[in-house]
Design a binder for this molecule. Structure first.
Ligand SMILES: [Zn+2]
Ligand SMILES: [Zn+2]
Length: 203
């Protein structure tokens, strides 16, 4: 089934965007059933630190997402995961990013690559549908890492109040299929970058 969109931002949460302007705000990275062999997390964290000017802290031991599992679908409800991540988040974390090796869904779509709270504090992404071998292609660790970085950046962009962008190579362009992720870059277009850094309205 073709999903309408691979990403659906959650509700508006005023106030969270100001954290970007803070000096070296903390981005908590929470592994969600990532395979033991997952060695891309340090590289992802380094790139996200460069892009967002934040300090990443990986949640040791990860996090058990099993209560978000829908047994009838064999997939994890990403909205439930966002709520769990938010509930578990340490107060010093300006942003929380769950990085999973699990299949994510929202009830109206067959799958999502990730989800985020729009203008909020929490986001989740998964490597599950980013691997070429899932589509019968040879493994390509570099391609998988690039896709993960783009999707993590995209979902974190939503937490800074960004909505989907029409620029085809902007990281905030919506992607339904992995091939569409490959067409965009791991960067914000000038317009999204300006919006991301702008103070939230009303302050
Ligand atoms: Zn999106
Ligand atoms: Zn853009």
């Amino acid at each position: 089934m073709k999903p309408a969109t691979a990403h659906e931002p959650l509700s508006h949460a005023p106030g969270a965007r100001r954290a970007f302007g803070a000096h070296r705000a903390v981005l908590a990275v929470v592994p969600l059933l990532l395979p033991e062999s997952e060695i891309r997390l340090p590289g992802l964290c380094q790139k996200l630190e460069e892009l967002f000017g934040m300090t990443t802290r990986v949640h040791a031991g990860g996090f058990d997402p099993s209560s978000a599992l829908d047994p009838s679908r064999g997939q994890y409800n990403s909205r439930a995961l966002l709520e769990m991540l938010l509930h578990e988040a340490r107060p010093e974390a300006a942003r929380v990013l769950g990085v999973g090796g699990i299949d994510l869904f929202v009830p109206v779509l067959s799958y999502v690559f990730g989800e985020a709270e729009l203008d909020g504090r929490v986001a989740v992404v998964s490597t599950h549908r980013l691997e070429p071998e899932r589509y019968g292609l040879p493994p390509d660790p570099q391609l998988s890492a690039a896709r993960l970085l783009k999707e993590a950046t995209h979902e974190l962009g939503h937490t800074f109040g960004l909505v989907h962008c029409r620029e085809p190579d902007c990281v905030m362009h919506s992607s339904t299929y992995v091939e569409e992720i490959d067409l965009k870059l791991a960067r914000f277009c000038p317009r999204c970058d300006f919006r991301r850094r702008a103070p939230a309205k009303g302050r």
